[in-house]
Design a protein around this ligand. Structure first.
Ligand code: GLU
Length: 350
């Protein structure tokens, strides 16, 4: 019998929940529920400089509003610093990671020289060559350091992505990733691998922007003797002009749609179709139909265009399905503040 599926949604509380984040959460939720598994929430708050107060609460509120209930309590990374430090030291002891004492000035000069020579910016492994004794002395003298992953200089890291198929990445293009910063906080890469392992995550389903990081994560799994999960990287969300969907081009926060009066069922129905297709003409789905029908095989690789008109059409459909008393209750606050528009075109939706 195969192990139960466990997925997770792992947002950083650096802003309000984005539509793309809700889609990642939804696909993780559907995949877990389809397989009778668990769906977990993890708040990745280790980048202290980018934290925005109140956004973890917004993420949780938006998930609840959308009906994507996660199992158990959320894991908060900042409460697990001791675990990450222990693993970082284990990696140093086994030679899979090393302390780097380079000053910001040295790194800046290195970067500028590489730029002049038209080379990709990359750490030059200077501190990898320090003897263990010198490194220990520097650390004992409280010289600030980061911990870096010792990436092999040659070879290819190959993995099978459930959406993209076989992905080979040459080790020589990977940087010696910082795993632990000088403030003692782990970077995303170390913390995510440790937490995914500890929570028994079987499937990591996340945005395509993380695909290039996956080989570094696999090196960590290998170094720690852990079995990696399966990976699935979701296609980008695009504007109509096929540029990356971003805040600059309009509302992208789930809360903005909520405030504008969109129904959660409509938003979920719309979002699931951004990258997944059911293989039939069906366009309207409730959550339990989605749980039954969802599969990663039907998620495409190419970017998915966000079509506001389609969202409005789906929302109109759900509004028309409401019984009149529920609809009146929903509409009442709007009628108080916004008189019904005359010939505004909104009659198409109602
Ligand atoms: N914290 C990352 C993000 O917000 C999570 C990436 C992952 O799922 O591994 O995108």
């Amino acid at each position: 019998m195969s192990a139960a599926v466990i997925t997770r949604f792992a947002p950083s509380p650096t802003g309000k929940l984005h539509i793309g984040g809700l889609r990642t959460a939804l696909y993780n939720y559907l995949y877990a529920r389809h397989h009778g598994g668990r769906f977990l929430l993890r708040i990745e708050d280790t980048d202290r400089s980018r934290l925005v107060p109140g956004t973890a609460e917004d993420i949780i509120a938006c998930l609840r509003w959308s009906g994507l209930n996660f199992d158990g309590e959320p894991v908060i990374q900042s409460s697990r610093l001791g675990d990450y430090r222990e693993i970082a030291h284990q990696l140093i002891a086994s030679g899979s990671a090393y302390r780097c004492f380079c000053t910001p000035e040295r790194l800046e000069t290195l970067r500028r020289n590489q730029q002049t020579q038209k080379l990709a910016p990359r750490y030059d492994k200077h501190c990898l060559r320090l003897s263990a004794i010198s490194a220990q002395k520097l650390a004992a003298a409280d010289t600030p350091y980061v911990v870096r992953l010792a990436v092999p200089t040659h070879g290819t890291i190959t993995f099978t992505d459930l959406i993209h198929g076989i992905v080979p990445i040459k080790a020589e293009i990977l940087d010696d990733q910082v795993l632990m910063k000088s403030d003692g906080y782990p970077t995303y890469h170390l913390a995510a691998v440790v937490d995914d392992h500890d929570a028994g995550i079987t499937h990591v389903i996340r945005g395509e922007e993380w695909l290039p990081s996956t080989p570094k994560h696999l090196l960590l799994y290998h170094a720690l003797g852990w079995t990696p999960p399966a990976f699935a990287h979701l296609p980008l969300l695009l504007n109509a002009d096929r540029s990356k969907l971003s805040k600059r081009t309009g509302d992208v926060a789930v809360d903005d749609y909520r405030q504008a009066g969109y129904l959660p069922s409509a938003l979920v129905n719309f979002i699931v179709l951004l990258g997944w297709n059911p293989g039939s003409d069906q366009e309207i789905f409730n959550l339990s139909e989605l749980i039954t029908q969802f599969s990663l095989e039907r998620v495409k690789r190419s970017g998915a265009v966000f079509d506001q008109k389609k969202l409005d059409w789906i929302n109109g459909y759900y509004l028309r399905q409401m019984d009149i008393s529920a609809f009146t209750e929903l509409a009442a606050p709007w009628l108080k503040t916004t008189p019904p528009p005359i010939n505004s075109g909104h009659e198409n939706f109602l």
